[in-house]
Design a protein around this ligand. Structure first.
Ligand code: F6P
Length: 325
Protein backbone atom coordinates (compact mmCIF):
# COMPACT_ATOMS: atom_id res chain seq x y z
CA UNK A 1 0.00 0.00 0.00
CA UNK A 2 1.42 3.37 -1.05
CA UNK A 3 -1.31 5.80 -0.06
CA UNK A 4 -4.05 5.71 2.59
CA UNK A 5 -6.80 8.09 3.67
CA UNK A 6 -8.01 9.05 7.13
CA UNK A 7 -11.33 10.63 8.12
CA UNK A 8 -13.25 11.47 11.28
CA UNK A 9 -17.00 10.93 11.24
CA UNK A 10 -20.05 11.52 13.47
CA UNK A 11 -19.84 13.60 16.66
CA UNK A 12 -16.33 14.91 17.34
CA UNK A 13 -14.50 13.61 20.40
CA UNK A 14 -11.39 14.85 22.23
CA UNK A 15 -8.50 12.66 21.10
CA UNK A 16 -9.54 12.40 17.46
CA UNK A 17 -6.61 14.67 16.53
CA UNK A 18 -4.21 12.43 18.44
CA UNK A 19 -5.54 9.45 16.44
CA UNK A 20 -5.12 11.28 13.11
CA UNK A 21 -1.59 12.31 14.08
CA UNK A 22 -0.69 8.72 14.98
CA UNK A 23 -2.15 7.46 11.67
CA UNK A 24 -0.03 9.95 9.75
CA UNK A 25 3.16 9.37 11.71
CA UNK A 26 2.83 5.56 11.50
CA UNK A 27 2.13 5.73 7.76
CA UNK A 28 5.23 7.93 7.29
CA UNK A 29 7.25 5.42 9.29
CA UNK A 30 6.04 2.63 7.00
CA UNK A 31 6.69 4.68 3.85
CA UNK A 32 3.08 5.48 2.94
CA UNK A 33 1.46 8.78 1.98
CA UNK A 34 -1.66 10.02 3.77
CA UNK A 35 -4.65 11.97 2.50
CA UNK A 36 -6.85 13.66 5.08
CA UNK A 37 -10.49 13.44 4.05
CA UNK A 38 -12.27 16.50 5.41
CA UNK A 39 -15.83 16.28 6.83
CA UNK A 40 -16.00 12.50 7.01
CA UNK A 41 -17.86 10.47 4.37
CA UNK A 42 -19.35 13.66 2.96
CA UNK A 43 -15.83 14.85 2.11
CA UNK A 44 -15.00 11.49 0.56
CA UNK A 45 -17.96 11.83 -1.83
CA UNK A 46 -17.02 15.43 -2.59
CA UNK A 47 -13.26 14.76 -2.89
CA UNK A 48 -12.55 17.25 -0.14
CA UNK A 49 -8.97 16.19 0.53
CA UNK A 50 -5.91 17.63 2.21
CA UNK A 51 -2.39 16.23 2.17
CA UNK A 52 -1.24 15.19 5.64
CA UNK A 53 2.42 14.74 6.42
CA UNK A 54 4.78 14.30 9.32
CA UNK A 55 5.02 18.06 9.93
CA UNK A 56 1.52 19.35 9.35
CA UNK A 57 0.10 17.08 12.08
CA UNK A 58 2.38 18.84 14.59
CA UNK A 59 0.68 20.82 17.31
CA UNK A 60 -2.66 18.96 17.22
CA UNK A 61 -2.25 16.20 19.84
CA UNK A 62 -3.42 18.53 22.61
CA UNK A 63 -6.37 20.04 20.74
CA UNK A 64 -10.01 19.04 21.14
CA UNK A 65 -12.37 18.58 18.20
CA UNK A 66 -11.00 17.33 14.89
CA UNK A 67 -8.70 19.35 12.64
CA UNK A 68 -9.90 17.46 9.56
CA UNK A 69 -13.51 18.27 10.47
CA UNK A 70 -16.39 15.84 10.78
CA UNK A 71 -19.97 15.42 9.61
CA UNK A 72 -22.91 13.09 9.91
CA UNK A 73 -23.68 11.76 6.43
CA UNK A 74 -27.01 9.88 6.27
CA UNK A 75 -26.83 9.51 2.46
CA UNK A 76 -23.80 7.26 2.92
CA UNK A 77 -26.17 4.43 3.95
CA UNK A 78 -27.09 3.91 0.27
CA UNK A 79 -25.18 1.57 -2.06
CA UNK A 80 -24.84 4.22 -4.75
CA UNK A 81 -22.95 6.55 -2.40
CA UNK A 82 -20.65 3.75 -1.24
CA UNK A 83 -19.82 2.76 -4.85
CA UNK A 84 -19.14 6.40 -5.69
CA UNK A 85 -16.81 6.73 -2.68
CA UNK A 86 -14.85 3.63 -3.73
CA UNK A 87 -14.44 5.10 -7.23
CA UNK A 88 -13.30 8.44 -5.81
CA UNK A 89 -10.74 6.67 -3.62
CA UNK A 90 -9.42 4.62 -6.56
CA UNK A 91 -9.21 7.68 -8.79
CA UNK A 92 -7.10 9.44 -6.15
CA UNK A 93 -4.83 6.46 -5.51
CA UNK A 94 -6.21 5.86 -2.01
CA UNK A 95 -5.73 2.14 -1.32
CA UNK A 96 -6.95 1.96 2.26
CA UNK A 97 -8.90 4.11 4.73
CA UNK A 98 -8.85 4.69 8.48
CA UNK A 99 -12.22 5.81 9.87
CA UNK A 100 -12.45 7.36 13.33
CA UNK A 101 -16.01 7.54 14.69
CA UNK A 102 -18.95 5.77 16.28
CA UNK A 103 -20.77 2.62 15.22
CA UNK A 104 -22.69 4.46 12.47
CA UNK A 105 -19.30 5.28 10.97
CA UNK A 106 -18.28 1.61 11.30
CA UNK A 107 -21.18 0.62 9.02
CA UNK A 108 -19.79 2.95 6.37
CA UNK A 109 -16.32 1.37 6.80
CA UNK A 110 -17.83 -2.12 6.50
CA UNK A 111 -19.69 -1.18 3.30
CA UNK A 112 -16.60 0.41 1.75
CA UNK A 113 -14.57 -2.70 2.63
CA UNK A 114 -17.23 -4.91 1.02
CA UNK A 115 -17.10 -2.84 -2.16
CA UNK A 116 -13.32 -3.06 -2.43
CA UNK A 117 -11.77 -0.25 -0.36
CA UNK A 118 -9.98 -1.82 2.64
CA UNK A 119 -10.99 0.00 5.83
CA UNK A 120 -9.99 -0.08 9.48
CA UNK A 121 -12.19 1.73 12.02
CA UNK A 122 -11.22 3.31 15.33
CA UNK A 123 -13.85 3.94 18.05
CA UNK A 124 -14.11 7.66 18.71
CA UNK A 125 -17.09 8.97 20.67
CA UNK A 126 -17.55 10.53 24.09
CA UNK A 127 -20.46 8.14 24.78
CA UNK A 128 -18.37 4.94 25.17
CA UNK A 129 -21.40 3.14 23.74
CA UNK A 130 -19.62 0.99 21.15
CA UNK A 131 -20.32 -2.63 21.91
CA UNK A 132 -17.08 -4.25 20.76
CA UNK A 133 -14.68 -2.19 22.86
CA UNK A 134 -14.24 -1.37 26.52
CA UNK A 135 -13.10 2.15 25.64
CA UNK A 136 -13.82 4.81 23.05
CA UNK A 137 -11.63 7.86 22.41
CA UNK A 138 -13.02 10.95 24.13
CA UNK A 139 -14.79 9.26 27.04
CA UNK A 140 -12.22 10.10 29.71
CA UNK A 141 -11.88 13.76 28.70
CA UNK A 142 -15.64 14.16 28.61
CA UNK A 143 -16.05 12.55 32.03
CA UNK A 144 -13.50 14.94 33.49
CA UNK A 145 -15.29 17.88 31.87
CA UNK A 146 -18.64 16.80 33.32
CA UNK A 147 -17.06 16.30 36.74
CA UNK A 148 -15.46 19.78 36.65
CA UNK A 149 -18.74 21.43 35.59
CA UNK A 150 -20.83 19.64 38.19
CA UNK A 151 -18.29 20.42 40.94
CA UNK A 152 -18.99 24.09 40.16
CA UNK A 153 -22.71 23.51 40.31
CA UNK A 154 -22.21 21.84 43.69
CA UNK A 155 -20.71 25.06 45.12
CA UNK A 156 -23.83 27.01 44.32
CA UNK A 157 -26.42 24.35 45.27
CA UNK A 158 -24.66 23.74 48.56
CA UNK A 159 -24.76 27.47 49.33
CA UNK A 160 -28.51 27.60 48.64
CA UNK A 161 -29.48 24.13 49.95
CA UNK A 162 -30.88 23.24 46.55
CA UNK A 163 -31.14 20.29 44.23
CA UNK A 164 -29.60 20.41 40.74
CA UNK A 165 -30.87 18.06 38.06
CA UNK A 166 -28.18 17.67 35.39
CA UNK A 167 -28.64 16.24 31.89
CA UNK A 168 -25.51 14.52 30.58
CA UNK A 169 -24.91 13.55 26.91
CA UNK A 170 -25.53 9.99 25.78
CA UNK A 171 -28.48 9.58 23.43
CA UNK A 172 -28.57 5.80 23.79
CA UNK A 173 -26.22 5.09 26.67
CA UNK A 174 -25.69 5.95 30.32
CA UNK A 175 -21.97 5.21 30.73
CA UNK A 176 -21.06 8.90 30.96
CA UNK A 177 -23.88 9.62 33.39
CA UNK A 178 -23.19 6.63 35.62
CA UNK A 179 -19.45 7.24 35.90
CA UNK A 180 -19.81 10.99 36.27
CA UNK A 181 -22.62 10.44 38.79
CA UNK A 182 -20.28 8.44 40.99
CA UNK A 183 -17.49 10.99 40.55
CA UNK A 184 -19.65 13.94 41.64
CA UNK A 185 -21.41 12.14 44.48
CA UNK A 186 -24.89 12.23 42.94
CA UNK A 187 -27.87 11.34 45.11
CA UNK A 188 -29.74 9.83 42.16
CA UNK A 189 -28.70 8.62 38.70
CA UNK A 190 -31.11 7.87 35.85
CA UNK A 191 -29.86 6.05 32.75
CA UNK A 192 -31.72 4.51 29.82
CA UNK A 193 -30.37 0.98 30.37
CA UNK A 194 -31.93 0.58 33.84
CA UNK A 195 -35.69 0.92 34.46
CA UNK A 196 -36.46 3.62 37.00
CA UNK A 197 -39.36 5.09 38.91
CA UNK A 198 -39.01 8.81 39.66
CA UNK A 199 -41.00 8.44 42.87
CA UNK A 200 -38.89 5.62 44.26
CA UNK A 201 -35.46 6.35 42.73
CA UNK A 202 -35.44 10.14 43.06
CA UNK A 203 -38.11 11.57 45.37
CA UNK A 204 -37.87 8.95 48.12
CA UNK A 205 -34.08 8.96 47.89
CA UNK A 206 -33.95 12.74 48.39
CA UNK A 207 -36.43 12.53 51.31
CA UNK A 208 -34.45 9.74 52.96
CA UNK A 209 -31.12 11.51 52.47
CA UNK A 210 -32.55 14.81 53.69
CA UNK A 211 -33.76 13.07 56.87
CA UNK A 212 -30.11 12.21 57.67
CA UNK A 213 -29.08 15.87 57.52
CA UNK A 214 -28.05 16.40 53.90
CA UNK A 215 -29.40 19.60 52.36
CA UNK A 216 -28.09 19.73 48.79
CA UNK A 217 -28.59 17.13 46.10
CA UNK A 218 -27.30 16.29 42.63
CA UNK A 219 -29.46 14.22 40.28
CA UNK A 220 -27.70 13.03 37.12
CA UNK A 221 -29.87 12.12 34.14
CA UNK A 222 -28.67 10.68 30.82
CA UNK A 223 -29.89 12.40 27.66
CA UNK A 224 -31.21 8.97 26.60
CA UNK A 225 -33.84 9.14 29.35
CA UNK A 226 -35.37 12.20 27.66
CA UNK A 227 -35.13 10.59 24.23
CA UNK A 228 -36.73 7.37 25.42
CA UNK A 229 -39.34 8.60 27.93
CA UNK A 230 -39.84 12.21 26.87
CA UNK A 231 -39.21 13.53 30.41
CA UNK A 232 -36.95 16.58 30.74
CA UNK A 233 -34.61 17.57 33.57
CA UNK A 234 -36.76 20.65 34.04
CA UNK A 235 -39.84 18.49 34.63
CA UNK A 236 -37.90 16.29 37.04
CA UNK A 237 -36.70 19.38 38.95
CA UNK A 238 -40.28 20.73 39.25
CA UNK A 239 -41.50 17.38 40.58
CA UNK A 240 -38.68 17.26 43.14
CA UNK A 241 -39.51 20.78 44.35
CA UNK A 242 -43.28 20.05 44.57
CA UNK A 243 -42.92 16.73 46.33
CA UNK A 244 -39.95 17.28 48.66
CA UNK A 245 -40.02 21.03 49.25
CA UNK A 246 -36.33 21.23 48.25
CA UNK A 247 -35.77 24.11 45.84
CA UNK A 248 -34.61 22.61 42.55
CA UNK A 249 -32.97 23.82 39.35
CA UNK A 250 -32.04 22.00 36.17
CA UNK A 251 -29.34 22.25 33.52
CA UNK A 252 -28.62 20.56 30.19
CA UNK A 253 -24.83 20.50 29.92
CA UNK A 254 -24.99 20.06 26.14
CA UNK A 255 -22.14 20.34 23.67
CA UNK A 256 -19.72 21.96 26.13
CA UNK A 257 -19.12 18.36 27.24
CA UNK A 258 -17.60 17.44 23.87
CA UNK A 259 -14.93 20.13 23.74
CA UNK A 260 -11.60 20.68 25.44
CA UNK A 261 -8.04 19.44 25.37
CA UNK A 262 -7.90 15.63 25.49
CA UNK A 263 -6.80 13.94 28.72
CA UNK A 264 -3.61 11.88 28.92
CA UNK A 265 -5.68 8.70 28.63
CA UNK A 266 -7.38 9.87 25.44
CA UNK A 267 -4.10 11.02 23.88
CA UNK A 268 -2.37 7.75 24.65
CA UNK A 269 -5.23 5.41 23.65
CA UNK A 270 -5.90 7.41 20.47
CA UNK A 271 -2.20 7.20 19.56
CA UNK A 272 -2.15 3.44 20.17
CA UNK A 273 -5.31 2.92 18.12
CA UNK A 274 -4.13 5.10 15.22
CA UNK A 275 -0.83 3.23 15.17
CA UNK A 276 -2.55 -0.17 15.23
CA UNK A 277 -5.02 0.78 12.46
CA UNK A 278 -2.23 1.66 10.02
CA UNK A 279 -0.32 -1.53 10.77
CA UNK A 280 -3.49 -3.55 10.06
CA UNK A 281 -3.90 -1.88 6.66
CA UNK A 282 -0.21 -2.33 5.94
CA UNK A 283 -0.56 -6.06 6.70
CA UNK A 284 -3.32 -6.24 4.10
CA UNK A 285 -6.21 -6.49 6.60
CA UNK A 286 -9.61 -4.99 5.84
CA UNK A 287 -13.01 -4.58 7.54
CA UNK A 288 -11.40 -4.48 11.01
CA UNK A 289 -12.08 -2.31 14.01
CA UNK A 290 -9.39 -1.50 16.55
CA UNK A 291 -10.66 -2.14 20.09
CA UNK A 292 -9.50 -2.06 23.68
CA UNK A 293 -10.08 -5.01 26.01
CA UNK A 294 -8.90 -4.22 29.50
CA UNK A 295 -5.71 -2.30 28.72
CA UNK A 296 -4.91 -4.31 25.58
CA UNK A 297 -5.32 -2.91 22.06
CA UNK A 298 -6.51 -5.54 19.60
CA UNK A 299 -8.92 -5.78 16.66
CA UNK A 300 -12.17 -7.43 15.52
CA UNK A 301 -14.00 -8.04 12.30
CA UNK A 302 -16.42 -5.12 11.87
CA UNK A 303 -19.41 -7.38 11.07
CA UNK A 304 -18.85 -9.37 14.27
CA UNK A 305 -18.26 -6.18 16.23
CA UNK A 306 -21.57 -4.70 15.10
CA UNK A 307 -23.43 -7.81 16.30
CA UNK A 308 -22.06 -7.73 19.84
CA UNK A 309 -24.16 -6.39 22.69
CA UNK A 310 -22.89 -4.21 25.50
CA UNK A 311 -24.66 -3.97 28.81
CA UNK A 312 -24.18 -1.50 31.57
CA UNK A 313 -21.82 -2.64 34.32
CA UNK A 314 -24.29 -3.83 36.98
CA UNK A 315 -21.64 -3.87 39.72
CA UNK A 316 -20.80 -0.25 39.00
CA UNK A 317 -24.50 0.63 38.99
CA UNK A 318 -25.10 -1.17 42.30
CA UNK A 319 -22.05 0.53 43.77
CA UNK A 320 -23.46 3.92 42.74
CA UNK A 321 -26.85 3.11 44.28
CA UNK A 322 -25.42 1.89 47.58
CA UNK A 323 -23.05 4.79 48.18
CA UNK A 324 -25.36 7.61 47.10
CA UNK A 325 -26.87 8.29 50.51
O1 F6P B 1 -21.19 12.14 19.75
C1 F6P B 1 -22.14 11.57 20.59
C2 F6P B 1 -23.11 12.64 20.98
O2 F6P B 1 -22.42 13.66 21.65
C3 F6P B 1 -24.26 12.14 21.82
O3 F6P B 1 -23.94 12.00 23.17
C4 F6P B 1 -25.30 13.18 21.55
O4 F6P B 1 -26.57 12.65 21.73
C5 F6P B 1 -25.05 13.51 20.11
O5 F6P B 1 -23.71 13.21 19.85
C6 F6P B 1 -25.32 14.94 19.74
O6 F6P B 1 -25.15 15.08 18.37
P1 F6P B 1 -25.07 16.45 17.59
O7 F6P B 1 -23.73 17.05 17.86
O8 F6P B 1 -25.25 16.04 16.17
O9 F6P B 1 -26.16 17.32 18.14
Amino acid sequence: MKKIGVLTSGGDAPGMNAAVRAVVRTACYLGMEVVGVRYGYKGLLEEDFIELNMRNVCDIIHRGGTKIYTARCPEFRGEEAVRKAVDVAKKNGIEGLVVVGGDGSFRGARDLSNFGLPCVAIPGTIDNDIVCTDYTIGFDTCLNTVQALVDRLRDTIESHSRCMVVEVMGARAGYLTLNAGIAVGATAILIPEIPYDIEKNVIEKIRRTASTGKHHFIVMVAEGVRFRDGITVDEIAKKIEEETGVEARSIVLGHIQRGGSPSVRDRVVASQMGHKAVHLLHEGKSNRVVVMHGETITDHDINEALEMSKTIDKDLYNCAMEISL
